[in-house]
Ligand binder design. Structure first.
Ligand SMILES: [Zn+2]
Ligand SMILES: [Zn+2]
Length: 358
């Protein structure tokens, strides 16, 4: 089969011919229909999130079951499916409680094993991890669901618990941030988007953000002005827009400074959700505010297959429209260039998806 191989961290990946994977007894081999190119792939390629080289990346995919192992009872060849990026073992206490996203023995295609920048990809413990893809959700659209969109959905709903009328601050308007903007707005939250990029903020507006703030704290509504309301920074700007702070604030970028800023943006009893990865290790946070304002702090690590049906229903009934987040659709041969393009920040152009079939 064809696959995009990383042979050294940061060296240009190469599309080449490799042996097809064997099917595990409890797993499936999926013929990849489409695969997203995500910043987490870039982190693995660069070596920030180490993998075993040579390596095949790719963890946001949808496709058709090509083969199922003898231990698989729920799936058969021909089924249209997708899967979360973190696949549980299906047997531990966390998996049995429905929390496969934190399974200690989780497998992650594209990280712990070969991923979906290939014609075929393996998913272990398939009965616990596959998700049915409705006929009216395309592979390209579904390729965005497995990581960024599902992570945003869980961050906004399960951790953020946003209610209609709540203020939701989203810091960082790349793929996961824009997903959070769309999901928050669809649930009736009033969304304030924060980003350094005017183009990303404009996109956030299109997807339902009511207010937009530059990373210096300047209101994007004053773009072109002299930044007169920039003196108090992002937290002051969010407090002003929201009348006292956001009910829920998400760091969708992943930086120590943004995580701390997200906490400072909250109103009393507010909830911070850390979605952006912090590969540098522990970060200082204003825990004094956590006490004084009784803030809640959550980490969100994807979403288990069990929780997908509720999200999928909102996709099929049109409440959520992840297709709007799709940017360039490329072929597998375009993946190396798409990864290299992430050397500079971006996001407003949408999620890049490689389409292989259908
Ligand atoms: Zn488990
Ligand atoms: Zn991802």
């Amino acid at each position: 089969m064809k696959a995009v191989i990383y042979s050294a961290y940061g060296a240009t990946p190469v599309l080449t011919e490799v042996p097809a994977p064997a099917c595990p007894a409890d797993g499936v081999v999926i013929m990849v229909g489409a695969t997203g190119v995500c910043r987490s792939d870039w982190h693995a390629w660069k070596g920030h999130d180490p993998v075993t080289l040579p390596h095949v990346g790719g963890h946001e995919f949808a496709g058709v079951v090509a083969a199922a192992g003898p231990g698989v009872t729920r799936w058969r060849p021909g089924d249209r499916v997708t899967a979360p990026f973190a696949c549980g073992c299906g047997r531990c206490e966390f998996c049995l409680a429905g929390d496969a996203q934190v399974c200690p023995r989780q497998t992650q295609p594209g990280f712990t094993g070969p991923g979906s920048f290939a014609e075929l990809v393996v998913v272990h413990a398939a009965d616990a991890n596959l998700v049915t893809l409705p006929a009216d959700v395309s592979f390209v659209t579904a390729a965005c669901l497995g990581c960024r969109f599902a992570t945003a959905f869980r961050a906004v709903t399960a951790h953020g618990r946003v209610r209609p009328g709540d203020w939701l601050a989203v810091h960082g308007c790349g793929g996961v941030g824009l997903s959070a903007v769309m999901i928050g707005a669809a649930l009736g939250a009033r969304v304030v988007a924060v980003d350094v990029s005017a183009a990303a903020l404009a996109r956030a507006r299109e997807l339902g953000a009511e207010a937009a703030i530059g990373a210096d704290g300047a209101s994007a509504d004053d773009a072109g002005a002299d930044g007169s309301d920039a003196d108090g920074g992002v937290a002051a700007a969010v407090a002003e827009v929201t009348g006292g702070g956001a009910h829920v604030s998400i760091d969708a970028l992943g930086s120590p400074a943004v995580a701390a800023e997200s906490l400072r943006c909250l109103r009393r009893r507010g909830r911070h959700v850390q979605v952006g990865l912090l590969p540098g290790g522990p970060v200082p946070l204003p825990v004094d505010l956590v006490i004084a304002r009784e803030l809640e702090v959550y980490g969100s690590h994807g979403m288990a297959a069990r929780d997908y049906p509720a999200m999928m229903r909102m996709v099929t009934d049109g409440t959520l429209r992840p297709a709007l987040l799709t940017g360039d659709v490329i072929g597998l041969e375009g993946v190396p260039q798409a990864l290299a393009a992430m050397d500079s920040p971006g996001g407003a152009a949408g999620m890049v998806v490689a389409k292989l079939t259908g």
